[in-house]
Design a protein around this ligand. Structure first.
Ligand code: P6P
Length: 322
């Protein structure tokens, strides 16, 4: 008799018992993320087919990046899902210059704020490469008002964090601080099923992920580390999609690096809604994440969209770079 598969909703309800004071709000929030992920997955999987959702819009986000239509669709889906279920009072997104405060009667008293990158790696949409959603959840700081400070808490204050990877299969991977669990979407029944319980990243690895096109702009210690990887015949794997690279390294062991360069000392990736959530996940899975000097989740963000260099993955590999 095959072992019964546990669905995400069954898992959320079961794990809620781990939190004696759980009010079910976080469970409700995770359920709305699940719904939005299914809607985005449906569009990602048929991009280029019936829906005119491929290609860029004439809008640009704060990064000056042309917004791909799927970016905008994903952003709308996740914001709507958060707004409609009451546990969330505000959302910050890579696609929006400022955070969005929900002023509906149900959401005004929501006790969580969510920071997200609704569709990271969107430049890969047109070439059918895996892309992802990254989310980070904090408790609000003040019951009376919401400000940008709610989103500038250090990563070690996150209540939960996770990502969705839209690839050969679609997976939702998240943590609430009690380990990391992965759920694979069964498209035939539209249900996320527990496929990777208690995920652990191998302590060491032989995969390094970095855009070597920037090699000569990297600080010398980073160049030395990359040279050492080559001497040891490690595998270079760089998809150009953070969630896909991170997910592979989480499963197989490895390190993802987006170092600062001479002209961009902060690197490219965002601290609040990219580095922090993935850093919480990797630490919960036994890995490590730094900006080259400081543990990512100990950094106090100053600006919502601030960048930070990122070295994240197997503990031994991150320590070696340090
Ligand atoms: P580069 C995608 O735009 C992204 O934010 C990450 O998903 C990815 O890892 C990185 O940028 C790729 O950047 O400069 O190597 O093309």
């Amino acid at each position: 008799m095959a072992k019964p598969v546990q669905t995400l909703s069954e898992f959320i309800i079961e794990r809620e018992k781990d939190f004696p004071f759980a009010t079910g709000d976080l469970s409700q929030l995770l359920t709305s993320i699940r719904l939005a992920a299914k809607l985005v997955n449906r569009e990602v999987n048929k991009a280029g087919l019936v829906t005119d959702i491929l290609g860029a819009t004439d809008q640009h986000n704060i990064q000056g990046e042309q917004q791909q239509k799927l970016d905008v669709y994903a952003n709308d889906r996740f914001i709507t899902a958060m707004r409609n279920q009451g546990a969330v009072c505000a959302v910050a997104s890579e696609e929006n210059d400022e955070h969005i405060v929900f002023d509906t009667p149900t959401s005004r008293s929501g006790k969580y704020v969510v920071a997200m990158d609704p569709l990271d790696g969107s430049s890969n949409i047109d070439v059918n490469v895996s892309i992802g959603t990254i989310f980070s959840i904090y408790r609000r700081l003040d019951p009376e008002k919401v400000t940008v400070d709610d989103f500038l808490q250090p990563g070690n204050q996150q209540v939960a964090a996770g990502y969705v990877v839209y690839g050969s299969s679609t997976m939702l991977v998240y943590t609430t601080g009690n380990g990391v669990n992965g759920f694979t979407l069964d498209p035939s029944i539209g249900v996320f099923c527990l496929s990777h319980p208690n995920m652990r990243i191998p302590e060491d690895g032989k995969i390094y992920s970095v855009n070597e096109g920037n090699y000569f702009d990297f600080p010398e210690p980073v160049r030395n580390y990359i040279d050492a990887c080559k001497r040891k015949k490690y595998s270079a794997r760089y998809i150009g999609s953070l969630v896909a690279d991170f997910h592979r390294n989480l499963l197989k062991g490895g390190i993802y690096m987006y170092p600062g360069t001479t002209d961009k000392p902060g690197g490219k990736l965002r601290l609040v809604y990219e580095a922090n959530p993935l850093s919480m996940l990797v630490e919960q899975a036994g890995g490590a994440a730094t900006d080259g000097r400081t543990r990512i989740v100990d950094i106090k963000p100053e600006k919502l969209h601030q960048r930070c260099p990122l070295f994240i993955g197997s503990k031994k590999m991150v320590e070696q770079v340090m």
